[in-house]
Design a protein around this ligand. Structure first.
Ligand code: FAD
Length: 521
């Protein structure tokens, strides 16, 4: 009886941890003797979720998943791999909202960052700490790299403050967006999210835990921001906050003329405090996403669609003015003055008045609408480009009125947002075009019928057009598969990036899904 009981205990213990399967051949057995062994799960049931991402374009299974309960657990894993004669790759996975497998670790270990915020030793609120001391002008929030921006927003709002720079969609992690840049309509004034960070805690590719800032270990600090997960895993970020506005006047103006549309965008990003607090824009095609947007009423949406049908493509400029309830009357005045300067189609100005939280969380409203229609969890062959201002007209002719209109696809959102280069820090790893103003263009298409290859072919056609026309674009959320292409992408920053990689992740263990470094340096 004792033997049967002992055996069944062992079986249930092992199956609880998914360990009844043979240990993965690509991982050293020695991992099982580490203190983190019970946080390592393997076998297809454990790894399936980590073998796909939001893009649904590609799949690759890790050998195991680590559910860390503290940053030390991540450091222990990386240190072990670094010291091992058989090192294995490791990828932090934030919310898995990459589209090309950037958070995959084929044959290695994926670190489920979310588990830091729900581990035995931590709760979410332990990992979002607001610090305010107006006497010493201290205003920041310390957040775990695994935290979703929506949670950062909710927590900071409780203290009457919030970060200034956002992404359009908030169900992304702090570590995931800081590894890219983090952009939305506030970036023209505050810079991307990476420009609003004071300090980071990072686990390097050697397993060292390093705190870095502009003054301390600054090479790592600048390298990690926009560094595509190549130099370290961000476990904490100190982010600047400002008093949060209560309300937002949210507006959209329709343009039929591309020149007027971008002139107005550029005018708006040149005005400081008297202008909009947020500026973006979109291309609207006849079958585009306006009909699924939660902004336009059914009636307005029909009116806009009719105009788009007549002209093939139209544009809307999107702006927002933040304000306090106590000064609400001034908003109308401010908006009236701004409207006088703009050249949108008369009768095609639409406004909404919402809370700050509702405004920032707007894309989630669309998600809630699209999910039950089966239009969210579909393949997403997205293409994001930074295009210099001087080439926007060529881009319009060749892409907006060319490739995209000719191949009109339903469920396309095409974002066109102006950025000021001066708000980006040249020392950081993120790469942008060399022009004072450039545009972030997101060609965000969903393959609703599962067939995405033809859309990806069009993406290649778009890149081909830009290359042929000599447009000095940069990919945002870049996807390349050869080192020659990565070298071209990083341009003048490449040699420095390689140097940093050699210093902080010489065995090329981290974020292999980016496909930048495939061998030790
Ligand atoms: P993941 O996909 O999990 O990881 C991305 C990369 O970062 C991987 O290489 C991973 O290994 C690495 N990584 C993850 N966590 C860490 C960490 N803690 N430390 C170091 N490396 C890490 N981007 C914008 O800038 N603006 C937008 O408005 C915007 N909107 C989006 C809307 C949607 C619906 C989607 C799907 C994406 C959007 N993105 C936007 C892109 C998004 O910022 C990136 O895809 C980002 O990487 C996703 O974050 P994640 O937490 O899901 O990262």
């Amino acid at each position: 009886t004792f033997l049967v009981m002992a055996l069944s205990f062992v079986v249930s213990f092992l199956s609880l941890h998914g360990q009844l399967r043979p240990w993965p051949a690509t991982l050293p057995q020695g991992l099982l003797s580490l203190g983190i062994a019970d946080e390592l799960h393997y076998g297809p049931n454990s790894t399936a979720r980590f073998s796909v991402d939001y893009g649904r374009l590609t799949e690759a299974a890790p050998a195991a998943v680590l559910y860390p309960s503290s940053p030390d657990d991540i450091a222990a894993l990386v240190r072990f791999s670094y010291a091992s004669p058989r090192p294995f790759v490791i990828a932090a996975r934030g919310h898995g909202h990459s589209t090309r497998g950037q958070a995959f670790a084929p044959g290695g270990v994926v670190v489920d960052m979310a588990s830091l915020g729900r581990g035995r030793r931590t709760r979410r609120h332990d990992r979002i700490n607001v610090q305010l001391d107006d006497v010493h002008r201290i205003r920041y929030v310390d957040v775990g790299g695994e935290q979703l921006w929506i949670d950062v927003l909710r927590e900071t709002l409780e203290h009457g403050v919030a970060p200034c720079s956002w992404t359009d969609y908030l169900y992304l992690t702090v570590g995931g967006t800081l590894s890219n840049a983090g952009i939305s309509g506030q970036a023209f004034r505050h810079g991307p999210q990476i420009s609003n960070v004071h300090e980071l805690d990072v686990v390097t590719g050697k397993g060292d835990m390093v705190t870095c800032s502009r003054d301390v270990n600054s090479d790592l600090f600048y390298g990690v921001l926009g560094g595509l997960g190549q130099l370290g895993i961000i476990t904490r970020a100190r982010i600047a906050v400002e008093p949060a506005p209560e309300r937002v006047r949210w507006v959209r103006f329709i343009y039929t003329d591309f020149g007027s549309f971008i002139n107005d965008q550029e005018l708006l990003i040149s005005i400081s405090s008297e202008g909009f607090d947020y500026v973006e824009g979109q291309l609207l095609m006849e079958n585009g996403a306006a009909k699924n947007s939660s902004f336009f009423s059914e009636r307005d949406s029909e009116k806009i669609k009719a105009l788009a049908a007549e002209l093939g493509a139209i544009y809307f400029l999107e702006g927002a003015i933040y304000y306090e309830l106590a000064t609400a009357s001034l908003v109308d005045q401010k908006l009236k003055l701004l409207l006088k300067k703009l050249s949108f189609v008369p009768g095609f100005a639409f406004t909404k008045d919402v809370s700050y939280l509702r405004f920032l969380d707007r894309v989630h409203q669309d998600e809630i609408k699209l999910r039950p229609m089966g239009l969210w969890d579909v393949p997403h062959p997205w293409l994001n480009l930074f295009v210099p201002k001087s080439r926007m007209r060529d881009f319009e002719t060749g892409i907006f009125r060319g490739i995209l209109i000719e191949n009109d696809t339903p469920m396309a959102t095409v974002l066109i947002s102006p950025m000021n280069k001066s708000k980006w820090d040249e020392k950081m790893s993120a790469t942008i075009p060399d022009e004072d103003i450039f545009y972030a263009i997101g060609i965000l298409r969903s393959a609703t019928k599962g067939d995405w290859k033809h859309l990806d072919d069009q993406n290649d056609e778009i890149l081909g057009f830009c290359n042929h026309a000599g447009i000095e674009f940069k990919q945002y959320l870049p996807h390349y598969t050869t080192q020659a292409d990565w070298k071209k992408h990083f341009g003048l920053k490449w040699d420095r990036f390689v140097q940093l990689k050699r210093r902080y992740d010489p065995k090329a263990l981290l974020s292999p899904g980016q496909q930048i470094f495939t061998t030790s340096l």
